[in-house]
Design a protein. Structure first.
Length: 151
């Protein structure tokens, strides 16, 4: 009988410390890069300057997270939602559901508009009531002052 000896080696990452830290910052997002740059400027300004240069050079600062690409991805998602899937039953269900959601959204927006109008009217009525009350009070005080002068 033969025995097989197995050697266990710890798994070493083939990436260096720079690649690992770059991957970690990328996983945390643009805010982590900016925080690292600010901390670099605070502790040792050449490090902050080097990070800023690297971020600009690698397009991490002005790259794929811009507002125009977000707007484009939302537009693409809407377009993909309207594309037929090839399954006619699912397409009919999707069309009916989207139509129903659109109607619900329109009715909810109309409800909110009526609610805003009712609130505005109530506030305006309250203002007018206070104004009329103040005017009556002022007239009553004026007539009381006139009666005192006449007496």
């Amino acid at each position: 009988m033969t025995t097989v000896a197995t050697e266990v080696h710890p798994i070493r990452s083939t990436q260096g410390w720079f690649s690992r830290s770059e991957a970690w910052l990328d996983s945390k997002g643009r805010g982590a890069w900016i925080a690292a740059m600010v901390l670099g400027f605070i502790f040792f300004w050449p490090v902050g300057l080097a990070l800023l240069a690297y971020m600009i050079w690698s397009k991490r600062m002005f790259g794929k997270c811009s507002m125009s690409s977000r707007r484009h991805s939302r537009h693409a998602a809407r377009w993909n939602a309207m594309k037929p899937s090839g399954n006619s039953a699912f397409d009919a269900y999707k069309e009916e559901t989207l139509r129903r959601l659109q109607e619900e959204q329109e009715s909810f927006e109309a409800f909110l508009e009526r609610l805003r109008a009712a609130k505005d009217k109530a506030e305006f009525d309250q203002f007018m009531d206070e104004r009329a009350r103040d005017a009556r009070k002022a007239r009553a005080e004026d007539s009381a002052d006139d009666d005192r002068r006449d007496a």
